[in-house]
Design a binder for this molecule. Structure first.
Ligand code: NDP
Ligand code: GDR
Length: 376
């Protein structure tokens, strides 16, 4: 039985990848960090109490900033494959915590590669590095492919640039099977709530149900190449199954603006939008609801003509990545990889899941339980 170690197993990709590898018969070990609240919601469905049954899914405490914990876990597990997905992955937050981001996202990769080497696992353990389209940053070529020059635009991207090159260097210097997946944005219903797509679907669902009044966004013109996380983790696995390690761009090859994402998600929820301006100083975005498109049990308190989306400069970034569009031809030809889930299907799945979650919150509220609060 093959053993895999996933860092960042409690994140969006970690959860989808753990599910995929368990389906393929792997024993899956996940690194999770200590937190004062439960942080395993995305993988709880995979967890079995080891007291009650045999399990192929095991979690270990560790942190990318703590060398000894990484060495301990890697030595104990002796994995065939390591997927380094853990990161402070929020670009905007990286401007506020640049040093921590460099430590976790940049040096974290080095710590794992060094552990593989020092523990004598160089011939056994294959390494996947979660690289990113943010490396292209200020775009030098459209679409972006493996040979497009990098120009990172945030502390996050600069840290990931180090991780990218140290992965290449350990491959060349020590002959490790180590490779980079340069992944463009990928989303899902379990995407973190502060990334723009999930922020939009969650907020619009709550607005439809009257749980929230307005959605505040930053740069509506930013354009991204959005895919579904479920498709992209399959690629992460495929990259470690080749004869030789190689770096690949993974993208859908389609591009939409943030504003287009708002429109698509709104349409999915039966909201008609009328845009009243562009960018800063705009009046806002006025919405009305199409009653025929709403689920039957939704009681909609939204007033026709209410402003529901506003641009708030606090969400602008000190230096922005305006436009990304990937060319995944190499992955298509060499690995036979093609994404199966379209942009429309992605938006539909996210919108429907968040609408269900909002309906659940609404039901609780209507029965007199506003929220559970220790201080009440
Ligand atoms: P998430 O933010 O959803 O997950 C990140 C994971 O890393 C979480 O499990 C988090 O733990 C963990 N983590 C954060 N800091 C540390 C640390 N210091 N030590 C150990 N674990 C840590 O990210 P995604 O799943 O979306 O992305 C996975 C990887 O792919 C990341 O490296 C990201 O930068 C990269 N990437 C993502 C893309 C995307 O569009 N999703 C595109 C390209 C690259 P906790 O749950 O406790 O917060
Ligand atoms: P990104 O994703 O920075 O591309 O990084 P995010 O969803 O945060 O932003 C995408 C674009 O939307 C604009 N934007 C907003 N973003 C957020 N988060 N919140 C807002 O209110 C908002 N309004 C507009 C942003 O300015 C940006 O242009 C993601 C992460 O998953 C990284 O870890 C990963 O490496 C890259 O994708 C590829």
């Amino acid at each position: 039985m093959k053993k895999a170690l996933i860092t960042g197993v409690t994140g969006q990709d970690g959860a989808y990848l753990a599910e995929l590898l368990l389906d393929k018969g792997y024993e899956v070990h996940g690194l999770k960090r200590r937190s004062s609240l439960f942080n395993t919601a995305r993988v709880d469905h995979l967890y079995k109490d080891p007291h009650e049954s045999d399990t192929r899914f095991l979690l270990h405490h560790g942190d990318l900033t703590d060398t000894s914990s990484l060495q301990r876990v890697i030595q104990a597990v002796q994995p065939d494959e390591i997927y380094n997905l853990a990161a402070q992955s929020h670009v905007a937050v990286s401007f506020e915590e640049p040093e921590y981001t460099a430590n976790a996202d940049g040096l974290g990769a080095l710590r794992i590669l060094e552990a593989i080497r020092m523990l004598g696992l160089g011939k056994k353990t294959r390494y996947y590095q979660a690289s990113t389209s943010e490396l292209f940053g200020k775009v030098q070529e459209v679409p972006q492919r493996e040979t497009t020059p990098f120009y990172p635009r945030s502390p996050y991207a600069v840290a990931k640039l180090y991780a990218y090159w140290i992965t290449v260097n350990y491959r060349e210097a020590y002959g490790l099977y180590a490779c980079n997946g340069i992944l463009f944005n990928h989303e899902s219903p379990v995407r973190g709530e502060t990334f723009v797509t999930r922020k939009i679907t969650r907020a619009l669902a709550r607005i439809v149900l009257g749980l929230q009044k307005r959605l505040y966004l930053g740069n509506l013109s930013a354009a991204r190449d959005w895919g579904h996380a479920k498709d992209y983790v399959e690629m992460q696995w495929l990259m470690l199954q080749q004869e030789k390690p190689e770096d690949f761009v993974i993208a859908s090859g389609t591009q939409y603006t943030v504003r287009a994402f708002v429109e698509a998600a709104a349409a999915e929820m039966g909201i008609r939008l009328r845009w009243e301006g562009e960018g800063l100083g705009e009046k806002g975005i006025v919405a009305s609801l199409d009653p025929d498109r709403l689920p039957k049990d939704v009681v909609n308190p939204l007033t026709v003509g209410a402003v529901i989306v506003t641009v708030d400069p606090r969400y602008f970034r000190p230096s922005e990545v305006e436009s990304l569009l990937g060319d995944a031809s190499l992955a298509r030809t060499k690995l036979g990889w093609v994404p199966k889930i379209s942009f429309e299907e992605l938006v539909r799945e996210m919108a429907r899941t968040d609408l269900k979650a909002a309906q659940c919150d609404d039901l609780i509220r209507r029965h007199g339980y506003p929220s559970y609060n220790y201080h009440e």
